[in-house]
Structure formats: structure tokens, C-alpha cells
Design a protein around this ligand. Structure first.
Ligand SMILES: [Zn+2]
Length: 320
């Protein structure tokens, strides 16, 4: 990720990009902001900047150093997380202090990313202060905390503080669309809204759950070959619960029918459920079903009445 891809907080980002262009980044930066405001993303960009080997604008995002930084495997970038036991206690801070004087392995600079700095006890903060007072050359410290005030004034006065605010719901939606180009736009917008624009929380919403949707999709699939329509109707009716539920069920059903079709063509890397279900219908029927589900999934993108839709879905899935 490069700075221009950072969403929201335009003023801070503009200031940082100007500082980067002029190569005037200070040796210690403190980023404050609530969860989901982008502290870690910004910290990662700053670290990338410090190790990037490009001649022009840094970070370039494409040089080997940037790629290593992005993957979290650059040897000159050290991360310590105060929320994890022992990572920012006094001993840990002392070892960060001595590591700061070691020459960089690969690039021009060494970077120390220190997250959850509010967890640092005053003694650890004082130990850290020593290295801030006489910073070694070619070192960048990036500290993150919910609030800068949780750190000692002596530390705050020796760092440049950038305050981040969570992106708006619309900005969050833009980010999510970039991150999940394959996911339904309605689902993404729901996740952005339900998380109040907090991207971390929105990703959690998109990734967690879904068990019920998966089960419903499987139940619908199982009911397709049954002789009576009633069983299928009972299952498709379940999607009338709400729109985002219906969209996810159809998405799962689409994936499942694609997998079953693959299984019927002899593919090996399919789930046991798909393998089992693929045997309940003929290959020709599976092919037809795949297109029927695809069509049904697309129809749901229009603002259709869910009750009518569930009945229609049942009839479409039973069509041979
Ligand atoms: Zn680079």
C-alpha cells in the first residue's frame, strides 16, 4: 500500500506526503487514533518509506524492500506490540534501545514499529526516552496508541504526533470494494454501515458469521432433487429473513453449485460436501443448475420482494 491509497484523513496524509517528498521525516512519530482509524496501515507505509530503495517517490510499493516490508519480512523492520505480554516491558524496551544502534541489514534505515504504546508502563517509557533523546542515525521509531496523552509528556514532546480519525461510511465502503472486488456491493455497503465506517470491524463482519448462510445454501441444494416441491419451498423461504442474508445464501449456493459441477467433471480438490452433493444430480442437471443459480443470484441484486423471490427461486431451481 502506498500513501495515495490511504483513505480519509486527507490533511494528515497530505502533510506526510509532503514531508516524504522533501525527505524530512523525523526520527520518531507517534500516531494516535481509535481502533480502525488506520494507525497500523499508516505505520506500515512509513516503515516502507524508510526502507524503500527507489530513486524517485518513496515508498514506491514495488521494489524488493517495499515488498518485503508489505509482507512483514523485512529484516530492518522490527515490530513490538504492547498488547502482547512482554513485548513492550522494560526489558523489551532496553533491547529495542540497543538494537537501534545496530546498522541496518539491507537498507538505509532501521525501523521500529511499536504498537499499543499505551500499555508501556512509566518505567519502560523512561527507558525508551533515553534513545529518543539521543537518537541514533538512520533509525525511525513509529509508535501507535489510541491517545497520545497515554504517554509521558517527555516522550510526546520528542515525537511528531499525527492524529487519525476513522473514515466515513462512504470512505470505508470505497476501501472495502477495493479489498473485496468479488463480494456483492450491497453486502459491502451493509458492512461499512454496520461498523460505522470502522474498516477493521467491517472486515470482521464480512469474514465472520456466514455459517448459517452456508447451512441454508446446503439445505436448499439437498432439497432440489427431492420429489416434492414443499421441502425446497421451506428452505428457500428461509432467505426472506433479510436482504443481506439472502444475498450471502445465494453467493454460497452459487459457489456450491460451481464446486459440485467441478466434482462431477472429476476435479479432485473439492470439499466433501460438494463431492457428496454432486452425486445427487446428473452432470447435465448440475450444469443447468449452475446457470440457474447464477441467474437467480444476479436477480437478487435488484430490489426484489423477498417473499416473491423465494417462491420464484424454488420454481427456477426445480426447472429441468
Ligand atoms: Zn520501494
Amino acid at each position: 500500500m502506498v500513501l495515495s491509497e490511504f483513505v480519509g484523513n486527507e490533511e494528515v496524509i497530505y502533510e506526510i506526503s509532503e514531508t516524504m517528498k522533501n525527505r524530512l521525516l523525523p526520527h520518531a512519530i507517534l500516531i494516535e487514533g481509535v481502533k480502525g482509524s488506520g494507525k497500523r496501515s499508516l505505520a506500515r507505509i512509513l516503515a516502507q518509506y524508510a526502507v524503500c530503495s527507489a530513486e524517485g517517490d518513496r515508498p514506491c510499493g514495488v521494489c524488493p524492500a517495499c515488498i518485503k516490508a508489505e509482507k512483514g519480512i523485512h529484516p530492518d523492520i522490527v515490530t513490538a506490540d504492547g498488547s502482547k505480554a512482554g513485548e513492550l516491558n522494560i526489558e523489551a524496551v532496553r533491547s529495542i534501545r540497543s538494537a537501534a544502534y545496530i546498522k541496518p541489514n539491507e537498507g538505509e534505515n532501521r525501523v521500529f514499529l511499536m504498537h499499543f504504546c499505551e500499555k508501556m508502563l512509566p518505567a519502560a517509557q523512561n527507558a525508551f526516552l533515553k534513545v529518543l533523546e539521543e537518537p541514533p542515525q538512520n533509525v525511525l521509531f513509529v509508535l501507535t496508541a489510541v491517545s497520545a496523552t497515554s504517554l509521558l509528556q517527555t516522550i510526546r514532546s520528542r515525537t511528531r504526533i499525527y492524529s487519525l480519525y476513522p473514515p466515513s461510511v462512504t470512505e470505508a465502503e470505497t476501501v472495502l470494494k477495493k479489498m473485496f472486488p468479488d463480494k456483492d456491493a450491497f453486502l459491502l455497503s451493509e458492512a461499512a454501515q454496520n461498523s460505522g465506517g470502522n474498516i477493521g470491524a467491517a472486515i470482521e463482519l464480512l469474514n465472520t458469521g456466514g455459517e448459517e448462510e452456508k447451512k441454508t445454501a446446503e439445505a436448499i441444494f439437498r432439497a432440489i432433487p427431492l420429489s416434492t416441491e414443499y421441502a425446497l419451498l421451506t428452505e428457500t423461504f428461509k432467505i426472506t429473513k433479510d436482504r443481506s442474508f439472502a444475498i450471502t445464501v445465494l453467493e454460497r449456493l452459487y459457489e456450491l453449485s460451481a464446486e459440485c459441477l467441478k466434482a462431477s467433471c472429476g476435479a479432485k480438490n473439492v470439499s466433501p460436501v460438494a463431492l457428496e452433493l454432486s452425486k445427487t444430480l446428473s452432470k447435465k442437471r448440475l450444469q443447468a443448475l449452475f446457470f440457474q443459480v447464477q441467474k437467480a443470484r444476479d436477480v437478487l441484486k435488484y430490489n426484489v420482494n423477498l417473499n416473491f423471490y423465494s417462491t420464484w427461486l424454488c420454481s427456477v431451481l426445480r426447472r429441468y
